[in-house]
Ligand binder design. Structure first.
Ligand SMILES: [Zn+2]
Length: 91
């Protein structure tokens, strides 16, 4: 039997980051709003997340729902149309 010197420390990963320094949260989330895209289906889907996630999800959505080809060009277009997420009140 072995003992760890100083006892084993557990790394606790916190999901919640205390915002107490008046700093802006570094990871700005982006929003892709399907209502901003030209489409005939009046789709109202909104996808929010980090830029790469949103681009990917939006491209897949455009391909599966709107019949677009999921190409690098499409993803570029999606990326250009992303908006910054308005953070819900920091309460
Ligand atoms: Zn859509």
């Amino acid at each position: 039997m072995r003992r760890l010197p100083g006892g084993a420390r557990r790394a606790i990963l916190k999901k919640e980051v205390p915002v107490s320094q008046g700093k802006k949260v570094p990871s700005m989330r982006k929003v892709a709003d399907c209502r901003d895209y030209p489409s005939e289906s009046n789709c109202t889907l909104t996808i929010a997340g980090e830029e790469d996630e949103v681009v990917r999800a939006a491209a897949e959505h455009a391909a599966s729902v709107h019949g677009h080809a999921d190409t690098p060009e499409l993803r570029e277009d999606v990326r250009k149309m992303l908006k910054d997420e308005k953070s819900p009140q920091a309460a």
